[in-house]
Design a protein around this ligand. Structure first.
Ligand SMILES: [Zn+2]
Length: 294
């Protein structure tokens, strides 16, 4: 259920932020001391006084919501609609009644606050890449020419505005990772697979030659399928999970066509977060998203 009460009332939104932010107790954002006392309020937000450094702060201080002219409830609605319904920012701008530039900055500020996924691969893992059309600029005027979307055919390059995005599916943990890269080469692949639980990792790939060096390495047990060679999924050895995940990535990016390649990382982290809260009820999903930015 959509948490409409949060989006309808600034004080309910403020309560939600307070709950999530101080779930482990109130600490001073400046000196980290927990010697704090409630000290009036700043609009709908609780204010506190730190007895250690003698300064005041409120629920928003030090978060992405600080110094924002937009009401928190509108912010939260934007984040919710963005993650949950994959609403494009131009549409959101109309719902929230702010300028496109403001909406863009807010959503980017949110996405930038998200942490990089930490890989701890158990394996077997599937790894595959897709190439996303993402220009440098991605401005309004580029809109038409940026609508080509994702293509899984052919290899693109970062400099050619078709940066590679790696998809890793860890069958051991059920986790999926989506990580943009500057190049689809051996060193990038090694870096991506470096974070693993055991010494040796079973890796399934397609026939792309950048994966070949893994075969001479004792740390990996590489097996691969050759696409277009009449060879279909050979029992365990396939990258089908990556491929279906890639189509989800494609759908996620599609309303945001015109994303600059510099911004891909943050949009893909938001995609990762979207997946985490997929099955959560509305309020829990919103809390989870909030927590991810703190
Ligand atoms: Zn302090």
């Amino acid at each position: 259920m959509i948490p409409l009460d949060v989006f309808g009332s600034e004080s309910v939104a403020a309560d939600l932020l307070e709950q999530v932010r101080w779930r482990d107790g109130v600490t001073c954002p400046r000196c980290r001391s927990d010697r704090t006392v409630r000290n009036g309020s700043y609009r709908e937000f609780q204010r506190y006084l730190c007895k250690n450094c003698d300064r005041t702060f409120n629920d928003k201080t030090g978060t992405i919501f600080a110094h924002s002219k937009i009401a928190l409830r509108r912010w939260l609605f934007s984040i919710y609609a963005f993650l949950r319904f994959n609403t494009n920012l131009r549409q959101l701008q109309c719902e929230i009644e702010v300028t496109y530039k403001t909406m863009h900055r807010r959503i980017e500020r949110f996405a930038r606050a998200l942490d990089a996924p930490s890989l701890n691969l158990v394996g077997p893992v599937e790894i595959d890449e897709v190439y996303v059309s993402a220009g440098k600029k991605g401005r309004e005027r580029d809109r038409e020419s940026r609508s080509r979307g994702l293509s899984t055919r052919g290899r693109g390059s970062y400099s050619g505005d078709k940066p590679p995005v790696f998809i890793i599916a860890d069958r051991g943990t059920g986790q999926r990772y989506v990580i943009p890269a500057k190049a689809a080469d051996e060193s990038t692949i090694r870096l991506l697979l470096a974070d693993r639980k055991e010494e040796s990792l079973t890796v399934y790939t397609d026939g792309f030659r950048a994966y070949e060096p893994l075969e001479d390495d004792n740390a990996f047990d590489r097996e691969y399928v050759v696409h277009g060679d009449g060879e279909y999924a050979d029992d365990e050895v396939h990258v089908n999970t990556c491929e279906s995940h890639a189509s989800r990535v494609r759908r996620w990016l599609s309303p945001h066509r015109g994303i600059s390649k510099d911004k891909l990382t943050q949009y893909l982290r938001a995609f990762q977060l979207r997946r985490e809260l997929f099955r959560k009820p509305g309020r829990d999903a919103l809390k989870h998203a909030l927590r991810a930015t703190l």
